[in-house]
Design a protein around this ligand. Structure first.
Ligand SMILES: [Zn+2]
Length: 309
């Protein structure tokens, strides 16, 4: 018996030497579903990926869970939006994860905003009176598809560093995503072209990159200041400004209360549109490209009805 076992063990050893076990796929954790979608595009089946925030949650205010610490502890790569979007919840989790690899400054931490086009970079001094102004610019930059491309490219480079054997695979996946995104961008630009310059109101400052890219003009916000809930005085001002400029459409993120936007819409004879700022914010926004498909379909069909063209 011992003899047989020795033989089996020896055979297994030979087998292991001939076929060294493939390294486990890198574990990627992202702060948002948009980043997870881009990791999936580039990483394919050579990585595992999980997002901490869900697409229907306000990414500024995510309730930290103990399970987040375990996920971060095991991660090989953390991809974050940065620009202080996650400042309210991520830093303590990172400390508690006791994972040196993914701490900011190390190769396992990717700040997705590094090469992106960032809007609303504040000039001058920032005070609490200005609301939740992000000193490093508007953190909702992923809502410009060109920035999505930049993020995907940075993810491909980061994955190539962590798993160099699969570098060519990640590069090929990125090239394929780049091609599909470029095709989709042509479609979106054509759909939005008739509505260039259309004035809208948004709830939070989530959309500057989106509206800039697709030619919409944001004339005001339901929030009096970023991160500050609607106030009666500001709502009255906003309604009269919307009437003066004949603005009919209010864009709202899925995690805000619709009461004030709907009251405003009734007053000005307009419409509230719940757009999804993130993958997973609505059921059909299943990936990064589907997110824009959903938002642009909803916008163009509403503009058609409201503007009659
Ligand atoms: Zn914000």
């Amino acid at each position: 018996m011992t003899h047989i076992i020795t033989h089996v063990a020896a055979a297994l050893l030979t087998l292991a030497a001939a076929n060294p076990p493939a390294a486990a796929p890198p574990k990627v954790i992202t702060t948002t579903e948009d980043l997870a979608s881009l990791v999936r595009e580039v990483g394919g089946d050579k990585v595992t990926v999980d997002s901490l925030a869900k697409g229907y949650q306000d990414p500024h205010f995510v309730e930290p869970k103990p399970s987040f610490i375990l996920k971060l502890h095991d991660a090989d790569l953390l991809v974050a939006i940065g620009r202080e979007l996650e400042i309210g919840w991520l830093p303590p989790l990172l400390t508690q994860s006791r994972n040196a690899k993914i701490q900011p400054g190390n190769p396992g931490y990717l700040d997705a905003s590094a090469g992106a086009r960032i809007l609303e970079l504040p000039t001058g001094q920032i005070t609490r009176a200005m609301g939740d102004v992000h000193p490093q610019g508007n953190p909702h930059y992923w809502l410009d598809p060109d920035n999505g491309r930049t993020i995907a490219k940075a993810i491909a480079a980061a994955l190539g560093q962590i798993a160099p054997a699969d570098r060519a695979y990640f590069e090929q996946r990125y090239a394929d995503f780049d091609r599909r995104l470029a095709e989709a961008q042509k479609r979106w630009a054509a759909a939005m072209a008739p509505y260039k310059g259309t004035k809208v109101v948004t709830y939070h400052r989530s959309w500057p990159n989106f509206t800039d890219r697709f030619g919409l003009d944001v004339i005001g916000y339901v929030e009096p200041k970023p991160g500050i809930p609607p106030s009666p005085a500001h709502t009255v001002d906003l309604m009269s400004e919307m009437k003066r400029q004949q603005v009919k459409v209010i864009l709202v993120e899925p995690y805000f209360d619709l009461k004030t936007p709907e009251a405003i819409a009734r007053d000005v004879g307009g419409r509230v549109l719940v757009l999804s700022p993130s993958v997973g914010g609505v059921k059909t926004a299943t990936d990064y490209i589907a997110l824009f498909d959903y938002n642009i379909n909803l916008l163009t069909s509403t503009f058609k009805q409201v503007l009659g063209r």
